[in-house]
Design a protein around this ligand. Structure first.
Ligand code: MRU
Length: 354
């Protein structure tokens, strides 16, 4: 099983080791990041991707920065570290998990009294974020599996699996848990243009786990939904606003509208670290625009006329009215999300204070 035989993110010999997701599934190549700038680069180039995974990588980047930056005194180190944290958090703007994780390590570092303690604590906090994310996914899987019928065909978009997280996955974690509970789960994976996370990563990850998986082009989603071939849709999220609007991979909105039109439940799976109550609605979420070459080229081969104008937003917003339920490690919430998400987050912070 993928989550057992491959560590997508690990800390080894004082370095952050990442499986290079741009090379999967053809090659299994690892990157070893010895400084925070190389982690920033890996996040920007989507060698590590997926909201929780870039959160974990960002947390380790802060730990690397704490080790490498000038440390004449506690104050100098913290000042330099703050600068590095800003740079790390900016590597990709949409997934809130990145800034959330960076801020968590930064805050822990500021609570320490000397340089050695700052360095030790930054690494310990990054490890904790990684462990907690995997546990959250397993819990989310247990809870979310209840939404999956005994025999089900589930459509998923992008990759919200073990590769996109510290392990097990959010949307794919639910499918794994449903199968572990004895349910007969088939999966339809959209290829997810332009970066092809569905074709390259989800199809591979699920096949490695022995799932029955069918790959479709993104434009086929409406057809399979209209033919009654899909029992439910399960996707991940990069940021969930206070009103329940969901930022996720470009194309998610289209699928959500088509799911509603065809009476198919549309579920979003995400840890509470993806819920951003400071953002009132999807309109306030910054959408990352990616390089035109991702659209004009496939695997390095040009497919469009030279110089054509391109628009390449990496994410879209699914308004909350299309979301049947949001599955988190704290529970499953439904509309009205303005109330249910607020209650969930208060529970989460009460539990972490305890
Ligand atoms: O651009 P990516 O590949 O980082 O986008 C990933 C997604 O949109 C995922 O669905 C989301 O991050 C959830 S991953 C558990």
């Amino acid at each position: 099983m993928l989550s057992e035989d491959m560590n997508a993110i690990s800390w080894e010999n004082d370095r952050l080791k990442l499986v290079d997701q741009t090379r999967l599934p053809r090659e299994r190549v690892y990157l070893e990041c010895a400084d925070y700038s190389s982690v920033v680069m890996a996040i920007r180039e989507m060698r590590v991707r997926g909201a929780p995974a870039i959160g974990v990588a960002g947390a380790y980047a802060v730990a690397l920065a704490a080790r490498q930056l000038a440390a004449a005194s506690r104050q100098t180190l913290l000042r330099e570290l703050d600068r590095a944290c800003d740079e790390i958090a900016r590597a990709r703007p949409t997934a809130v998990n990145l800034s959330w994780a960076v801020e968590r390590v930064r805050r822990a570092a500021h609570e320490q009294g000397d340089v050695a303690a700052i360095r030790a604590c930054a690494l310990a906090e990054a490890r904790r974020i990684q462990e907690e994310d995997e546990q959250a996914n397993r819990r989310m899987g247990q809870l979310g599996a209840a939404l999956i019928p005994e025999r089900a065909t589930v459509l998923t978009h992008c990759n919200a699996g073990a590769l996109a997280t510290a392990g097990y996955g959010t949307a794919l974690g639910i499918l794994r848990a449903a199968r572990e509970q004895g349910k007969d789960v088939r999966v339809i994976a959209t290829e997810t243009r332009p970066f092809l996370q569905g074709a390259r990563l989800t199809a591979w990850e699920l096949r490695e786990d022995g799932f029955d998986v069918t790959l479709i082009t993104d434009s086929t989603a409406g057809f399979v939904l209209s033919r009654g071939d899909v029992d439910c849709v399960v996707v991940g999220a990069d940021r969930i606003a206070a009103n329940g609007d969901v930022a996720n991979k470009i194309g998610t909105y289209t699928i959500a509208v088509l799911a509603k039109e065809n009476g198919v439940p549309f579920y979003v799976a995400a840890p509470v670290s993806t819920v951003d109550l400071a953002t009132p609605s999807g309109d306030a979420i910054a959408i990352e625009e990616r390089p035109p070459e991702e659209v004009t080229h496939i695997a390095g081969v040009p497919i469009a006329p030279d110089g054509v104008r391109v628009r390449n937003p990496a994410f879209d917003i699914t308004p909350h009215r299309y979301v049947t339920a949001i599955v988190t490690e704290r529970g499953i919430v439904r509309a009205p999300y303005g109330t249910s998400l607020g209650r969930l987050l208060r529970q989460a912070s009460a539990a972490s204070v305890r």
